[in-house]
Write a protein that binds this ligand. Structure first.
Ligand SMILES: Cc1cc2nc3c(=O)[nH]c(=O)nc-3n(C[C@H](O)[C@H](O)[C@H](O)COP(=O)(O)O)c2cc1C
Length: 208
């Protein structure tokens, strides 16, 4: 069965990024009722801390060395998570912007799955090569400031370029971004930003 994987990255019940994802998924389910939607709640997902055997496994791989038993066990966790992602035909990431970048749980998820021989490889003559097949991917980022129209009071969005680059590094280049903001401050601009984003998301859902 075809599968959309949703990485849901806000821990908030009143989350704006999750609300955007809901609008998108409602439209997507109508357009593709036979698709499986696999939700990874990044705050509930079992994820190893990136210390001890799992980081040593990464270095062992980079040096083309064998694993210890502990490294093999922890690398199996990375394989399980990467496989769940690799098997998705479409990807949706909904996330808040935190301190100009990503919530640390989403960064942890990337630190675990971005591994040599799993999602990328290094070729001495050609450099770094991605191992995942490309697939349509949508990223929804909610931010207190308005990065959608540029009224961001001079602050920088490092979430968008980071996600574009890390996804490209492992093979996913077909990525569209929907920025929702402002989500803090006076209510009228918040409502307008959500309305604009929801209209766009509903329209994108039918042809994703
Ligand atoms: C820890 C933290 C850091 C934040 N950093 C930023 C920031 O750098 N830029 C910004 O525009 N908003 C920032 N915000 C505001 C959130 O991006 C905003 O509330 C957004 O709606 C959160 O997404 P969510 O509603 O899906 O949880 C921050 C919020 C928190 C809790």
């Amino acid at each position: 069965m075809a599968k959309l994987l949703h990485l849901s990255c806000s821990p908030r019940a009143e989350s704006v990024s999750t609300a955007g994802a809901r609008v998108f998924l409602d439209g997507f389910r109508q357009a593709r009722p036979d698709w499986d939607i696999d939700v990874v709640d990044i705050w509930r997902e079992r994820m190893p801390e990136f210390t001890g055997p799992i980081i040593e496994a990464k270095y062992a791989r980079m040096k083309a060395q064998g694993f210890t038993d502990a490294q093999r066990d922890s690398f199996a966790e990375a394989e399980r998570m990467a496989l769940r992602f690799a098997l998705a035909d479409r990807v949706l990431i909904s996330t808040p912007m935190w301190n100009f970048g990503l919530p640390y749980k989403l960064k942890q998820w990337f630190d675990i799955i971005v591994q040599p021989g799993l999602t990328f490889r290094f070729d001495p003559s050609r450099g770094y090569l991605p191992l995942l097949k490309d697939r349509p991917t949508l990223v929804i980022i909610a931010s207190g400031s308005d990065f959608a129209t540029g009224m961001n009071r001079g602050r920088t969005d490092m979430a968008t370029p980071y996600l574009r680059e890390i996804l490209r590094f492992i093979g996913i280049s077909n990525v569209r971004f929907v920025l929702v903001g402002p989500t803090t401050g006076p209510q009228a601009p918040i409502d307008a930003a959500c309305e604009r984003a929801h209209q766009r998301l509903a329209a994108m859902a039918t042809a994703f």
